[in-house]
Design a protein around this ligand. Structure first.
Ligand SMILES: [Zn+2]
Length: 170
């Protein structure tokens, strides 16, 4: 949602860990069974504010399989995160990246640690190594160092507080 508010279209967004903008079935009945979360969550808040005691019937459900909906985000520990149709999926993202691989590209990585390094951290380092004109900007006060030493001259590392770095850049 924050990226859209900043002016990016949904077809410019790839969200490999999901997004709170959508809900999905606990166990996805289709790979892209997603529902806009705002109105569904807002209905629940309105009931809470009205003093209505929530029951299981108030939990949003998938119109296809009838299962309860949960946030479309890795943190909900669902079996797999669905890919909303409005966002880029993995294949579309990789095609877009391949199409611009010879251009000047900056991979901006903010606060990516080693919990899931194969989602952003390692791929970004690999892209920067593979693409001649690519550079990496990493802002990370806990794990600032690059893993791939082949990109040492193409990486700009900021190990200070993320909040301060972003304020200084603006
Ligand atoms: Zn479903």
């Amino acid at each position: 949602m924050q990226l859209e508010k900043s002016g990016f279209t949904s077809q410019q967004i790839y969200s490999p860990l999901g997004t709170y903008r959508y809900l999905q079935c606990r166990f996805p009945c289709t790979h892209n069974a997603c529902y806009q979360s705002y109105d569904l969550i807002n209905e629940i808040f309105i009931k809470i504010d009205s003093g209505i005691q929530l029951t299981e019937a108030n939990i949003p459900k998938c119109s296809r399989c009838g299962d309860f909906l949960v946030p479309n985000h890795f943190r909900t520990k669902t079996v797999s995160v669905s890919e909303p149709e409005t966002y880029l999926n993995r294949d579309q993202f990789q095609k877009k990246i391949s199409a611009i691989k010879n251009k000047k590209i900056v991979f901006l990585e903010i606060g990516c640690g080693f919990r899931l390094p194969n989602i952003i951290r390692y791929p970004f380092e690999n892209y920067v190594e593979a693409f001649e004109n690519a550079q990496l900007i990493r802002i990370n006060s806990v794990y600032p160092n690059i893993t791939n030493q082949n990109i040492a001259d193409k990486a700009y590392i900021f190990g200070e507080d993320i909040n301060q770095i972003l304020k200084d850049l603006l």
